[in-house]
Write a protein that binds this ligand. Structure first.
Ligand SMILES: NC(=O)c1ccc[n+]([C@@H]2O[C@H](COP(=O)([O-])OP(=O)(O)OC[C@H]3O[C@@H](n4cnc5c(N)ncnc54)[C@H](OP(=O)(O)O)[C@@H]3O)[C@@H](O)[C@H]2O)c1
Length: 292
């Protein structure tokens, strides 16, 4: 069984490496070809065009940035390559975008499964992503051996759209928890409270989430380099969550300010940095004063 993986960015590159380590025949393609080089040295194969790469494989795995780029690749460039092949779509996109892709792939004679993941480069490299699947049960069953190389327990959640909705629900928590912790941390520091005392109280309470400690050092140091998940993708996912929640008739007003804040990340030069760079946006103005 040969696999063609499209999009060797942070997540796609790590997934490709994991598949290679599992002994898979792997073909890779990336818009910026140089980004495939280290994978080719590790045993992956490539060809000059996405079409030629797809032509070598049974399964096409997509890990591009977003819905529009994935659609342009699958239903545009690979239009003629979909018949008889399976598509495993990993990028986080809107549930409706995923459903439109599924319909487009089916019209061209292919099979489609959405498989967004929770976890990042480190989890991908060791096959411990939390993988959610949406699609026909038969397609999930056919893809399962491949999915098990990426995730210890891939979960089939329902039809196409269901796994993307679940993924957006999880990523809304990433944005909200990071934002909430960041503001509290700033206030603690500006009030002259010892950060470790604050953390000890928090860790001993029901309010604690492990992500707080995971990001604490980065936030204290202002070090957002070498991201596994960049700020621009968190903004994309929060915007998708708000669209999906609006379509579901929810009141997402409380999150709109957070999306506005994240929209300032481009001008602030934070888009390519770790998403905990949100902490730089919540800093506002002035260093504040410790109370007497
Ligand atoms: N990183 C994570 O931890 C993580 C976790 C879960 C889900 N995700 C999701 O997975 C997807 C990929 O994330 P990532 O972190 O790997 O992003 P990334 O490092 O920014 O990589 C994005 C990939 O998409 C390609 N791309 C972007 N626009 C394109 C276009 N118009 N045409 C063709 N290729 C295009 C890029 O190619 P170039 O190299 O040429 O720019 C690159 O291969 C996103 O939807 C993200 O939300 C990421």
């Amino acid at each position: 069984m040969a696999i063609a993986l499209f999009g060797t960015g942070l997540l796609g590159g790590a997934i490709a490496r994991r598949l290679l380590e599992g002994g898979q025949e792997l073909w890779v393609w990336n818009r910026t070809a140089e980004r495939c080089q280290s994978l080719i040295q590790a045993g992956a194969r490539t060809a000059p065009t996405a079409k030629e790469v797809a032509g070598q494989a049974d399964w096409l795995v997509t890990v591009l940035s977003d819905g529009p780029s994935t659609e342009a690749l699958l239903l545009g460039e690979l239009d003629q390559q979909l018949a008889g092949r399976g598509v495993i779509q990993i990028a986080t996109i809107a549930p409706e975008q995923s459903q439109a892709l599924a319909a487009g792939v089916a019209e061209r004679g292919g099979r489609y499964l959405e498989t967004p993941v929770l976890g990042s480069k480190p989890e991908a490299l060791v096959g411990r992503l939390q993988l959610m699947a949406g699609g026909e049960p038969e397609v999930f069953a056919a893809a399962e051996p491949l999915l098990k190389q990426l995730s210890e327990a891939p979960r089939h959640l329902g039809p196409v759209g269901s796994a993307m909705a679940c993924k957006l629900a999880l990523n809304q928590l990433i944005a909200s928890l990071t934002h909430a912790f960041s503001l509290s941390l700033h206030l603690v520091q500006r009030s002259g409270v010892d950060v470790e005392s604050f953390m000890e109280i928090l860790r001993g309470s029901a309010l604690y989430a492990p992500t707080f400690d995971k990001k604490l050092e980065r936030e204290l140091q202002g070090d957002y380099d070498n991201p596994n998940f960049p700020t621009a993708h968190l903004r994309k996912d929060l915007a998708l969550f708000l669209e999906a929640s609006q379509a579901a008739g929810l009141n997402g007003e409380g999150l709109e300010g957070l999306l506005e804040l994240l929209q300032r990340s481009s001008d602030a030069g934070l888009d390519g940095l770790d998403y905990s760079a949100l902490h730089a946006l919540t800093a506002g103005h002035g260093a504040g004063r410790a109370p007497h």
